[in-house]
Design a protein. Sequence first.
Length: 202
Amino acid sequence: MFLIATLAASLSLGNSGCALPRARGLEENYIQPGARSNLIYKSPYVLDAYAPAGDPRPAAVIIHGGKGDKSTYVDQLFPLLDKAGYAWFSVDYGSAEDVRTALDYVRCPGRFNITRHMILICEDTGAAIALELARSTHVDGVVTFGARLRTGQRADVPAATKVLMIQGTGDEEVNSATVEDFCKRVPQCTWFPVAGAIHDFE
């Protein structure tokens, strides 16, 4: 009985919540009222977070591409995700392992007002990272915009993870046919071409 009680107490402490993250710079995100900016998840890397009070929301983690950062290009997603009922987290990073650390940081029980459900939203080179992570950590879905995949990118994403690949037919930086072929090899992938759209996130 003592061992059971000790284990129960340990689990209780482990799920009691994580310390609130430190902010580097402004607490408020000027783009989305109520968001927190520059929370250090792994020095020197930071993320912006919006997880309002009320009922917990599913989490959407935004992975920017090679041309921007956590608050350029992708910022237009913030109000849309809020309206759709998601908490969102926009991440700066240097590698796929940094993003993996960010996912663990966001998921830490009690740190943010979120459910256990998570999707990854990514653009450009962020798509390669998101699809790589989806193979080894559970996410409910991946949404890519203008995916720039790596040579030899593996398509064995778990069948439980739904993938939506949105690609412009006017993309002059990435061969859309190559991305479409990749989508066909992913167990649960929907291909969504946008007529005339260019590569840059718009």
